[in-house]
Design a protein around this ligand. Structure first.
Ligand SMILES: Cc1cc2nc3c(=O)[nH]c(=O)nc-3n(C[C@H](O)[C@H](O)[C@H](O)COP(=O)(O)O)c2cc1C
Length: 414
């Protein structure tokens, strides 16, 4: 995955503080960022903050000795130009095609086949003024994508539309604008199953779905055609679409069977934490009940659960797809296991029917931030490969699905 080159413009608004978060998110997610700040913007957000975040000097002047052609250099360098926040003043200048400072000159020089996004921020009256609205219409007609301001309490104390969109939402717009679709379909399951005992009780597990949701987004952002199947209680991806939700082992099994039968997929990444057992019967005192969400069983008596073993879904996926070329990536979670136990558990799964790769992680490590989580990838006939962080894990899995050798890729990168 090549880093995206993102040019951020910042103008004079209190919302400029949110640009720091936007830049920080973009850098954290592996992008290169250059910033153009207007003189007014620098009254709201310090140069030190911007340079500290991007690792590059702030571009703020049209006439900078040694950098007189910055407006052309930056326009050609960037894959995308995002002005956030965009003041009423600069919204007007851009609509008029002015070029009297570095920001407006760069915007005018920016190729119109590349994405140009604007995230205005201003007082509600300024925003709703016919002059502003006419300028927005003009900019859209020139190819700009408007990231609508939100409604709420504005910095000036008034209430209405005018708050700059939140950094997370702006980042999502950037991701979508830069996404180049690939014709590779991947199903990703995540989250934990929940086996019903009665209307208020269930057997479940500690899976949050976090790793799977992050992988789904990383694959989606890299252009894969992602279909996520997530537990109802799971963390949700930011961009990747959830095509169905599951509660029980049976729901998940049925969703996968339907999807894999319906159309060809290149891979299934099966991160879901699936119960090995479902409830078969519940003994309460002398009586026996079937599991049902419609009743609440009495807790006055001893309760005995009879569990039945569930089939291993991961072993059935190639059969469902009727395609042996489908790549199946299974996940193995251990709990504070030593090296030998981890390896043994992962190899057992790798050697089970229909599994091509196994990603191991240990519960003791899963509370780590996503960039610190440790994974080991097991493939047949290859030594295990250790990876740190969900981002690097996604990169390796992508290369496995696309048929490249991850080792060769790693060698190239180092
Ligand atoms: C405290 C303060 C907050 C401001 N907030 C905004 C704002 O949110 N949106 C806006 O369009 N102008 C706002 N302004 C006015 C702009 O800063 C002003 O129009 C400035 O000339 C814009 O310059 P620039 O577009 O070159 O950055 C604010 C001014 C002050 C003093």
């Amino acid at each position: 995955m090549k880093p995206n080159k993102i040019l951020i413009g910042i103008t004079g608004s209190i919302a400029a503080y949110k640009s720091a978060e936007l830049i920080s998110r973009l850098i954290k997610h592996g992008n290169e960022v250059e910033v153009i700040a207007t003189q007014s913007a620098l009254k709201f957000l310090g140069e030190a903050t911007i340079e500290g975040l991007t690792g590059r000097p702030v571009n703020a002047s049209l006439f900078e000795r040694g950098n007189m052609m910055d407006h052309i250099r930056l326009a050609r360098w960037a894959d995308i130009f995002v002005i956030a926040p965009l003041s009423a003043q600069h919204l007007t200048s851009l609509a008029r095609g002015e070029a009297n400072d570095l920001l407006s000159a760069t915007a005018l020089a920016f190729e119109r086949n590349k994405p140009f996004l604007i995230a205005p921020a201003m007082n509600v009256q300024m925003w709703s003024h016919p002059a502003t609205q006419e300028n927005v219409r003009l900019l859209k007609s020139y190819g700009a994508t408007l990231i609508e301001p939100d409604e709420g309490l504005l910095a000036c104390g008034e209430i209405g539309v005018g708050r700059m969109a939140e950094p997370e939402k702006i980042e999502r717009h950037i991701t979508n604008a830069l996404r180049v679709a690939k014709n590779i379909s991947v199903l990703i399951t995540f989250g934990g199953t929940r086996e019903v005992i009665d209307g208020v009780r269930a057997i479940t597990n500690t899976s949050t779905g976090q790793t799977g949701a992050e992988l789904a987004d990383l694959f989606y952002e890299s252009g894969f055609d992602v279909a996520a199947i997530a537990a109802r209680s799971s963390v949700t991806p930011v961009n990747a679409p959830i095509v169905s939700q599951f509660e029980t082992h049976a729901d998940l099994n049925e969703s996968l069977r339907e999807r894999l039968r319906a159309r060809p997929h290149q891979a299934v990444i099966h991160v879901a934490a699936v119960s090995d057992f479902s409830v078969e019967a519940i003994g309460v005192g002398e009586k026996t009940f079937s599991p049902s969400a419609e009743v609440k069983l009495s807790s006055d008596n001893r309760m005995v659960l009879q569990l039945k073993r569930n089939p291993k879904i991961v072993n059935l996926l190639k059969e469902y797809a009727r395609d042996l070329k489908l790549k199946v990536i299974a996940f193995k979670l251990t709990k504070s296991a030593n090296h030998q136990d981890r390896e043994q558990a992962s190899l057992k799964l790798l050697n089970s029917p229909g599994v091509d790769f196994v990603v191991h992680n240990d519960l003791s490590d899963s509370e780590q931030a996503s960039h610190r989580r440790e994974f080991t990838i097991y493939s047949k006939g290859q030594p295990p490969l250790a990876v740190k962080g969900t981002f690097d894990l996604a990169k390796i899995l992508m290369s496995l699905i696309e048929g490249d050798s991850p080792r060769r890729q790693n060698e190239v990168q180092t």
